[in-house]
Each structure stands twice: as C-alpha cells, then as structure tokens.
Design a binder for this molecule. Structure first.
Ligand code: ADP
Ligand code: MG
Length: 595
C-alpha cells in the first residue's frame, strides 16, 4: 500500500475551521446541508461538462446522492457520482481557500448575529462549507475519483489538527466508478446524527430543492403470514385432551425487516411547478437555500413565458444589498442562475440577462430554446436572449412596483434604502425604461417632512396653475430647506423636491419630464411660477435699473448679470445659475469629482 503523504493546511484554513466550529456549535446539523450542496455542485459540474464531452459519463451510473447512517458505529457516509477530485484538486479545494476571507467572514458573522439572523448560511456564501463536517466529526475521510485521473485518492483529516493526509485508494471494495464518498466518524456527543430517520428528516428539511435524487439507507419492513404449530398447552385448554397426536397448524403475522434505499427529496425544480401550487414559504426557502441568504426576500415573481421564446423564471428582490456588492459600477454578482432544459449552465451570465443597474435582482432562469453549450458570446448574439432580457426586465419592474403598491410602506422604504441608487442609475443608463423607473423613484420635498414621496404624489399635490415639477439640489436636507430660492415657492405653497443624493440631479436631468411635466431647477434664472406681472416688473426695472448697473460694475467679471427678480420674498438678493449652465450643486460635485 502506498504511504499516506502529510500536508499542512494553509494558515487561513485552520483559523476558519476554528471559527466555524466555534460560531456554529448550536447549529451543527448544517454540516449535512453543506455536504449535500457540494455533492449537488459536483453532479452539476459533471452534467454540464458531459454536454461537450460524453466520455465523462462512460461509467454508466446514475447521477445521484446516497447517504448511509451507521447507528452502531456512529458513522455517516455521503456518496455522489459527480465530477470527483484529482489529487491536486484535493489539495487545492480541501486544504486552501481561494479568497483571504477570514476577516470578511468574521465581519459578516458578527453582522448576521447582531441582526439575530441564522448565520449558518454564511459558510456556504464564503466557500467554506466543507469544513462544517468538523462540527460533528472527529475524523473525515474523503475518497474520490475524478474522470480526469485513473486513480482514486483518499483525503483524511482530523478535528483540531493542522494537517491532513492524502493517499491512493487501494482497497478494491472501496473503489468508486466516479465521484466522491465522504465518511464522517462522528464525535462522541454527536453520534445521534447517525440515525437513519434523523438523516432522512434533515434531508427533507434542508435539501428539498436539490435537483438530483437523494437516497437514504432506511430500515423497512413488511408483514407476512407464516404457519406455526399451535401451542400444545393451548390445544389442551380446547378440551381435546387425550385425543390423537395430530398437531394443529395456525397462521401468524410477522414483520420481515430489511434495508433499502429510499428517495428523500422531490427532484422537480420549484420553477417547473405551477405558481398557483407554490406557497410564499416555499419561495422564501428556495431563495435562502439557493442564494445562501439568511433573510427572506422582499418580493418574488414566478412566471412562464410561452410563444416566441419559452422560458421559466423566478425572480427575487433581496432584503438587503449584499456585502461587497455595493459597487454598482462593477457588479460581480452571480445573481442569476441560468439553466437550459433544467441543466444548470452558469451563474456568471447576469450581465447578458439583465442591465447592470438591475444587478441586484436574483433568480433562476430556465430556457428550452438555448443550446446546452451556450457561452457568453452566444448569449450576446442571440435574438432569443434579447427577447428574454426584455421580458425579465419588465417582470423585475412589475415585481418592484408590487412592493411599492403594497399596503405596508416599510417594505418599499427598505427597498429604496438598499436599491434606490440602482434605479437612479437606471434613469441614466436605460432611457427605454424611463416610464417604468420614474414611478418607482422617491425624493424628499419641501412639504414631506423628512418622508420620501413619489413623483405621483408630487403631481397630485401640484397647484392648478403649476406647469412644472420644481426641485432644488443641495448637499443636505438642511441646506435644501434653508435656501433662499425656496422663499417664493413656500409662500405660494408650491412643493419643491429636495435632491440631496449626488446622483439625483443627473437622474432627473435624464428623465427630463414626468407625466408631461418638466423638471425645473428653482435655482436657475427665468423661473416661471406662472405669476408674471409685466407692468409691475417694468416699474421695478425703472426704479432699480441704476442700482443693478452699479452692483454689476462693482462685481465685474464675478457675475454674468444683475437683475431685478420677483422670486424672493424676504431675502434681499440671491445668486442664481444661468439657464444653460451647471447648477451650483452640480458645480460643487464636479469640483469634488464625485461624478
Ligand atoms: P464551495 O462549495 O463554496 O466551493 P466548500 O468548502 O463547500 O466550498 O467546498 C470546497 C471545494 O471542494 C468545492 O468548491 C469543490 O471544488 C470541492 N468539493 C467539495 N466536495 C466535493 C464533492 N463532493 N465532489 C467534488 N468536489 C468537491
Ligand atoms: Mg460548498
């Protein structure tokens, strides 16, 4: 037998293992979910690669997952027929972690615990799920056969150890056709997990959305009738004493015990079901399990499209903007899982299916019309994808509109806080959807008392003679509400939107109008409040013309002109921007280079 080679874990891994074991001790059972999810990933990879390389499936075994629990010895084994690992992959995948994620993981862990949320989903998010095996095990043995290698290798590690070993599998009884078998030698206090019924329950609870069959090894029984000799003492009681030696036969029911595999999950993907038959709880569970989230989504939308292009999809709006994904100019999201005819293709194609400003939307998309070997290039060229994209975007907007129309205003407030800036980006990026985006926007206003209002609310509150939607851009609510430009409008009880997010002004400039009413900056010259009194203006000009000339002379090049205005009520003068220039706010932003 070839000797086992010893390897040290990367230092990060040891620290993470420690962290996981200490932070999740009250949630140990997640180990099973994580190992099943890895098995399912391995099967997905195999199925995907086999589309272009049929050789990979030459070992004609089913694509499935089998879990066996040995009560007597406290052992659980999880076997899949997926892609397996080569020796090098064992070292790379189970001894190192790709990202230097300890600090990030710690922070996320703290945040989620403070939020009182279930932090166990974080291990999946951070790509450290495998190590959860040590939550319940003293020793973990991974025996694995990759189609890329003709040898099978065994990785073996112990809890609280800084190293692991790898050796070749030589026991012929343990050879696999393909895939991976993970054997867990449970800790003394965790041996309960080795009960077949317990395993079955956990699978049903945690892994009902896995799309490969999961079989568990279960003890079963059936009743059968057997013939037995009648008890001679009973026969005597029957008063047949002294009669012949003839024995009486009698039938008796007994339970015959045997062991067999039992299917534990439903393998039909949730998106193939009729939306009428799926409950909100099921959507929420699916979302949390698929995207490793610990909060329910704010909204979901499940739909099938038929006709020109056929696809099914479930979209979700997350409850929060995820950590590290705030950089909206460069989203790297893995938010949309693309399937072709139920086969998982990639979660890297979001950009092709959604515009970047909708990159926060999550979901699954399953198409029957795309080729299985679809690539980014194919997606970019495809007319089908073009149509899909349009429909997906429309559905996403419907879903967001749904949140905004709901009775419960909190939901949309939360949405807006997390994703409002994405929609503002949409005003700039996607002119074709202005009609859908504009009703979703929210702003503070001179009359809203620190509450956000919609443009519809603004329009409803317009004065009969008012033609435009007025706004002022400023760096804070305080400076917006103190600006002298407001005076006249406040006096006339006209509402003014306060644009205090740097991107607001650009977004509004791109929209230009809403319901045929133009957006008008009240800090610009020529503000028309619909109350011009030509005669009076003439009079004023006569009276103060010389004063204006004198001021202009004093200020020289610093101002373009000095004019009489009717827009102030208590302040003596105000500096305004020319009709075609940058607003003062914009100029400040340009200087600060925040845009
Ligand atoms: P993640 O699944 O997020 O990548 P894990 O810690 O759960 O992180 O797993 C680490 C890696 O180990 C996986 O990415 C995969 O490459 C490999 N791996 C784990 N389990 C299996 C398995 N059953 N079959 C093949 N590869 C596996
Ligand atoms: Mg995993």
């Amino acid at each position: 037998e070839p000797p086992a080679e010893k390897y040290e874990y990367q230092a990060e891994v040891s620290r993470l293992m420690d962290l996981i074991v200490h932070s999740l001790y009250s949630n140990k059972e997640v180990f099973l979910r994580e190992l099943i999810s890895n098995a399912s990933d391995a099967l997905d990879k195999l199925r995907f690669l086999s589309v272009t390389d049929a050789q990979l499936l030459k070992e004609a075994v089913d694509l499935d997952i089998r879990i066996q629990a040995d009560k007597e010895n406290g052992i659980v084994t999880i076997t899949d027929t997926g892609i397996g690992m080569t020796k090098q992959e064992l070292v790379d995948c189970l001894g190192t972690i790709a990202q230097s994620g300890t600090a990030k993981f710690l922070k996320a862990l703290k945040d989620s615990q403070e939020a009182g949320a279930d932090s166990s989903n974080l291990i999946g998010q951070f790509g450290v799920g495998f190590y959860s095996a040590f939550l319940v095990s003293d020793r973990v043995v991974v025996s694995t056969k990759s189609p890329k290698s003709d040898k099978q290798y065994v990785w073996e590690g112990e809890a609280n150890a800084g190293s692991y070993t790898i050796r070749e599998e030589t026991d012929p009884d343990k050879l696999l056709p393909r895939g991976t078998r993970i054997t867990l030698y449970l800790k003394h206090d965790d041996k309960d997990f080795a009960h077949p019924e317990r395993i079955q329950k956990l699978v049903k609870n945690y892994s009902q959305f896995v799309s490969f069959p999961i079989h568990t090894w279960q003890e079963k029984g059936f009743t059968k009738e057997i013939e037995v000799d009648e008890d001679p003492t009973e026969a005597k009681k029957d008063g047949e004493e002294g009669s012949s030696v003839e024995k009486k036969k009698k039938t008796k029911k007994v339970i015959e015990k045997y062991w067999d595999w039992e299917l534990a999950n439903e393998t039909q993907p949730i998106w193939l079901r009729n939306p009428k038959d799926v409950s909100t709880e099921e959507y929420n569970e699916f979302y949390k399990k698929t995207f490793n989230e610990y909060l329910d989504p704010l909204a979901s939308s499940h739909f099938n499209t038929e006709g020109e292009v056929e696809f099914r999809s479930i979209l979700f709006v997350p409850a929060t903007a995820s950590d590290g994904k705030e950089d909206i100019s460069n989203p790297k999201t893995k938010n949309i899982r693309l399937y072709v005819k139920r086969i998982f293709i990639s979660d890297d194609f979001d950009g092709e299916l959604f515009p970047r400003y909708l990159s926060f939307v999550r979901g699954v998309v399953d198409s029957n019309d795309l080729p299985l070997n679809v690539s980014r290039e194919i997606l970019q060229e495809s007319r089908i994808v073009h149509i899909m994209r349009k429909r997906l975007v429309r559905k996403a907007f419907d879903m967001i509109l749904g949140i905004s129309l709901s009775e419960n205003r909190d939901g949309y407030d939360r949405f807006w806080e997390n994703f409002g800036k994405y929609l503002k980006l949409g005003c700039i990026d996607d002119h074709s959807n202005h009609k859908r985006i504009a009703p979703l926007l929210r702003f503070f206003s001179s009359q809203s008392d620190k509450e956000l209002i919609s443009l519809d609310e603004y329009v409803d509150n317009m004065k009969p003679e008012q033609k435009d939607i007025f706004y002022i851009a400023a760096d804070s609510l305080t400076s917006a509400s103190n600006t002298p430009f407001l005076e006249k409008l406040v006096q006339k009880d006209i509402e003014v939107l306060f644009l205090i997010d740097p991107i607001d002004e650009v977004a509004v400039a791109n929209l230009k109008s809403y319901k045929e009413k133009n957006f008008v900056d009240i800090s610009k010259e020529d503000l028309d409040l619909g109350d011009k009194d030509e005669e009076k203006e003439q009079e004023m000009k006569q009276e103060f013309g010389q004063t204006c000339d004198w001021i202009k002379k004093k200020l020289g090049e610093k101002v373009a002109s000095v004019q009489i205005s009717n827009r102030l009520s208590t302040s003596p003068c105000v500096l305004v921007t020319g009709k075609f220039g940058w607003s003062a706010n914009m100029e400040r932003l340009m200087k600060a280079q925040t845009l």
